[in-house]
Design a protein around this ligand. Structure first.
Ligand code: UD1
Ligand code: UDP
Length: 365
């Protein structure tokens, strides 16, 4: 049986690989080998997702941990090269745009193993974002590129990628969302956090441009300080962001805001439930822009650009940058019921993984 090696490393990878893994097992045409690089390692950034998404224990856990970009990428490459040489897979699948994605692609490419990139073609056109570099490089050496929205085709075409490598299949992240929505509905997180349906704002932040920049982070705290006077704010906080609050000495400033609840990152099912019942979502996450669009929940993205334009063009997402007044104004409009409505993008129907595996069978079996 042909061997297919699937690589995950960071939180947003797990919900993307889960439906693909499930579909591969169901088809029984490939032998899956699941590798976790260990880029994310806290239980609340990693193990909880294997449980929630019913993923098996990875076949290999590389334990690379945190570090500078070069350190982290290099550690994944060194450890993965050994596994790829030993296991000699017929194809390597990578998802998203994290350092583990890039590292795995480079190793596979040098070993002449075909690379499949799921969620290819997204571009923010902002090369100060580490993910943009990961996206450009991964796509340039991938053999099959699965795209989530038509903008991906245009971007890849402009970069000279051959048309026959590109497949518009929909969005595996939305496959997971639709698959787990009913189960998420049974989560008790709202009562645990004393939140009421449609009477809270959900916040996540972790982009270096927002949280590693003292000035921008202070501005965002000013926004949250204002919003929490109008509506309770729940903020499951990413470890990078938690660290920067300490680094910038913002702990007491945040603690004095009685309407703002900071909690550890929550699991997938709990987070889906939090999104489904939020009045407003404020985020700089890539995936959450897509999930709120699929759920028709108003989302304001605290960034100047997005690599996921379909969420702006037809979804409920709006870019608001880092301008305090603008973010507050747009938030209040949504809280007053004047939010933008939206539609679900084409092929975000829960069947992306099915389409992907069909293509994989045609190409590799
Ligand atoms: C990474 C991805 C980013 C993705 C995000 C999803 C890259 C370049 N960045 O960013 O694209 O949106 O994951 O969440 O790949 N830490 C912990 N425990 C963990 C993981 C991280 O404490 O389990 C802390 C460490 O202090 C670490 C910092 O968070 O230095 C940043 O982690 P890292 O994986 O380097 O980048 P993220 O900001 O998580
Ligand atoms: N998520 C989660 N718990 C949280 C925050 C996010 O389960 O506390 C999920 C969210 O629903 C989405 C994914 O994590 O499926 C997004 O990951 P993240 O924002 O870390 O990365 P990005 O998408 O920005 O790369």
């Amino acid at each position: 049986m042909k061997k297919i090696l699937l690589v995950v490393g960071a939180r947003p990878n797990f919900m993307k690989i889960a439906p693909v893994y499930r579909e591969i097992v169901k088809g029984n045409h490939f032998e899956p080998i699941l590798i976790h690089t260990g880029q994310h390692y806290d239980d609340k950034m990693s193990k909880i997702f294997f449980d929630d998404l019913e993923l098996p224990k990875p076949d290999f856990y590389l334990g690379v941990g945190s570090g500078s970009h070069a350190q982290q990428t290099a550690k994944v490459m060194i450890a993965l090269e050994e596994v790829m040489i030993d296991k000699a897979p017929d194809v390597v699948v990578v998802v998203g745009d994290v350092n583990s994605t890039l590292a795995a692609s480079v190793v596979a490419s040098k070993l002449h193993i075909p690379i499949v990139h799921i969620e290819a073609g997204l571009r923010s056109f902002d090369r100060t974002m580490p993910e943009e570099i990961n996206r450009l490089l991964t796509d340039s050496i991938s053999d099959l590129l699965f795209i989530t929205e038509e903008s991906g085709r245009v971007n890849l075409r402009n970069e000279g990628v051959a048309e026959e490598k590109i497949h518009f299949v929909g969005n595996v992240m939305i496959d997971s969302l639709l698959y787990y929505k009913d189960k998420a509905a049974t989560s008790t997180i709202l009562s645990e956090l004393k939140l009421v349906n449609k009477e809270y704002t959900l916040v996540t932040l972790h982009r270096p441009s927002n949280v590693d920049d003292h000035e921008n982070f202070r501005k965002i705290i000013r926004v949250l300080a204002e919003i929490q006077t109008r509506i309770p704010v729940i903020f499951p906080i990413h470890p990078r962001t938690r660290k920067m609050i300490h680094t910038f000495g913002l702990d007491s400033r945040v603690e004095e805001l009685s309407g703002l609840q900071l909690v550890d990152p929550v699991g997938y099912l709990d987070f889906l439930k939090l999104m489904m019942h939020a009045k407003l979502v404020l985020t700089d996450s890539g995936g959450i822009q897509e999930e709120t669009t699929a759920l028709s929940i108003p989302c304001l993205t605290l960034r100047e650009n997005t690599e996921r334009p379909v969420t702006i063009e037809i979804g409920t997402n709006k870019l608001v940058g880092a301008d305090v007044d603008r973010i507050i104004q747009e938030s209040l409009a949504i809280l007053d019921g004047r939010g933008k409505s939206g539609n679900v993008p084409p092929l975000w129907d829960g069947k992306a993984a099915e389409r992907i595996v069909q293509v994989l069978m045609q190409k590799f079996i």
